[in-house]
Design a protein around this ligand. Structure first.
Ligand SMILES: O=C(CO)COP(=O)(O)O
Length: 264
């Protein structure tokens, strides 16, 4: 079992465009109860949810009022702080809603909204400016995989995303091969480990060995309760960024409690 005292495992649920603010309240309450009833140690494995923007205030109010041991964050952030940017969401506003994390550079932003490496880098800088932990997503397409192998594109994407970062207080990286997202065809743990190790090398080159050693690198792309334990056995994989399965409370709870699947 991969237990690195400097890197608390993180299981994150990216809800994407699902659950309105009322559904979010019920979901978060049930998820917290489910995990508490199962005796989950939230200090041993951190749990974070990433609702749509419209749900964040409701999630914040519930988490705060009930002192739920769940982290939460947004699925994107503007590179700007304020002004004439219709539809954008400022990192300052997310910080006011007590968001701890923000997903940046998800492949659905890169492909569906033509988000460039430069835009991703600017968003990372904005997140850090507002004391949000950027969860930087990188991953190759099926074409990239065929031509360049698994690591080349994620490594280049992470290097570009960190262009404006000097001494990151805390970042998280998520390796999400585009071809594995929503396909039911996850990467192998060996591939995830290969790429995660290469990404940790980029962190060491760019931000120093200390940051590299403490930065959590997640795998995402068709993570399920049946495959999470194998990913978590890999030394450079520190958690998962879960999409579809994060919307099913028993399934997501089982993913969070992956250690029960593993012979410690
Ligand atoms: O995009 C993802 C998480 O950000 C992964 O989605 P799936 O878990 O549905 O493949």
């Amino acid at each position: 079992m991969n237990i690195n005292p400097r890197r608390t495992p993180l299981i994150a649920g990216n809800w994407k465009m699902n659950l309105d603010h009322l559904q979010a309240i019920a979901f978060v309450q049930k998820l917290a109860w489910n995990l508490k009833d199962a005796g989950h140690d939230f200090a041993a494995v951190e749990v974070a949810v990433f609702p749509p923007f419209t749900d964040l205030r409701s999630v914040q109010t519930l988490v705060s009022a009930d002192k739920l041991p769940l982290a939460f964050g947004a699925q994107d952030v503007s590179a700007q702080d304020s002004g004439a940017y219709t539809g954008e969401i400022s990192g300052a506003f997310l910080a006011q809603l007590e968001c701890q994390y923000v997903i940046i550079g998800h492949s659905e932003r890169r492909t569906l909204h033509n988000e460039s490496d430069e835009q991703v880098a600017a968003k990372v800088t904005a997140a850090l400016k507002h004391n949000l932990v950027p969860l930087i997503c990188v991953g190759e397409s099926a074409e990239d995989l065929a031509v360049h192998g698994p690591s080349a594109v994620p490594v280049a994407q992470l290097r570009a995303a960190l262009a404006g970062v000097t001494n990151a207080a805390d970042i998280v990286v998520a390796y999400e091969p585009v071809w594995a997202i929503g396909s039911g065809q996850a990467a192998t743990p060996e591939q995830a480990e290969q790429v995660a190790a290469a990404l940790r090398g980029v962190l060491a080159d760019t931000l120093g060995q200390d940051v590299a050693d403490k930065t959590r690198i997640l795998y995402g792309g068709s993570v399920k309760s049946g495959n999470i334990a194998a990913f978590m056995r890999e030394p450079n994989v520190d958690g998962a960024l879960v999409g579809g399965a994060s919307l099913d409370i028993p399934e997501f709870s089982s993913i969070v409690r992956y250690q029960k699947h593993v012979d410690l």
